[in-house]
Design a protein around this ligand. Structure first.
Ligand SMILES: CCCCCCCCCCCC(=O)SCCNC(=O)CCNC(=O)[C@H](O)C(C)(C)COP(=O)(O)OP(=O)(O)OC[C@H]1O[C@@H](n2cnc3c(N)ncnc32)[C@H](O)[C@@H]1OP(=O)(O)O
Length: 214
């Protein structure tokens, strides 16, 4: 068994599919020929508060009872800032944020970069480093930025700080998102939720706003 290979032993060896090998080893740092495109003409203005992409989203939805209620603001360039207030319901260890929820906050913030390119993309790969614990009641100040675009792949990075936007780093992340069409959601999502979202004119408008033609 190759110890540095993240695929399960059964999927290793010469017989495993090429796609598994390619995906498992794809890095989250952009290749040399990746580009940094301009902000899309439809991108929210710098300083604009980005709305939730879906009211029931665990990361940003205002209607999700236990969600993170992340608020995200467009930056000057290909970047956003976000705030996540850690509440008692987000605990892992006593008085401390659960690591998985911190990853969710990073994932959601990196996903918000979609707004700047005006295209929908989903997380393919996400790497995180937990640098210091995050206490309940603290605000995680996240800054996320696009590091490169290569075909349908969007590479990005983020840092989360506590004690203020210039406070010490508590978590770092690098992501590889893959652009998808609206059908990604309508094909794979639970039908009743898709129907409810499409029946809501506001949600439908948002979904359409993300439509992409790679
Ligand atoms: C309604 C409002 C909307 C708004 C929606 C906004 C939502 C934001 C929410 C927060 C973000 C999330 O949590 S999103 C939810 C979590 N993520 C998911 O559920 C995604 C599940 N995975 C998938 O559906 C799929 O595997 C995809 C879409 C990621 C890729 O499938 P595909 O479309 O068939 O593309 P494929 O040909 O395989 O790959 C395209 C290129 O990306 C690379 N690639 C693919 N996967 C990976 C990977 N894991 N790691 C590295 N690289 C990868 C391939 O090598 C290839 O590179 P090359 O050959 O071109 O070089």
């Amino acid at each position: 068994m190759n110890r540095s290979d993240p695929t399960p032993p059964a999927a290793q060896g010469p017989d495993r599919p090429a796609a598994v090998r390619a995906v498992a080893l794809a890095p989250t740092t952009p290749p040399a020929d990746a580009v940094l495109p301009p902000r899309a003409p439809e991108a929210p203005a710098p300083g604009a508060l980005l709305g939730s992409h879906y009211d029931h989203c665990f990361g940003c939805g205002p209607q999700h009872p236990q969600g993170l209620r992340l608020t995200v603001v467009a930056g000057e360039g290909l970047d956003v800032t976000a705030e996540f207030t850690v509440r008692p319901g987000h605990q892992g260890g006593p008085g401390l944020a659960h690591g998985g929820l911190l990853v969710t906050a990073m994932d959601e913030t990196l996903g918000s970069l979609n707004w700047l390119l005006h295209s929908a993309a989903v997380t393919g790969r996400l790497e995180t480093d937990f640098v210091r614990p995050v206490p309940v009641d603290s605000v995680l100040h996240i800054h996320a930025w696009i590091t490169g675009v290569h075909g349908r792949k969007i590479y990005s990075a983020a840092e989360g700080r506590i004690g203020g936007p210039d406070g010490p780093v508590a978590i770092r992340a690098q992501g590889l998102f893959v652009q998808v069409k609206l059908e990604h959601f309508t094909t794979h999502g639970r039908p009743e939720d898709i129907k409810k979202a499409l029946d809501d004119p506001d949600q439908f408008k948002r979904a359409r706003a993300f439509e992409v033609n790679p």
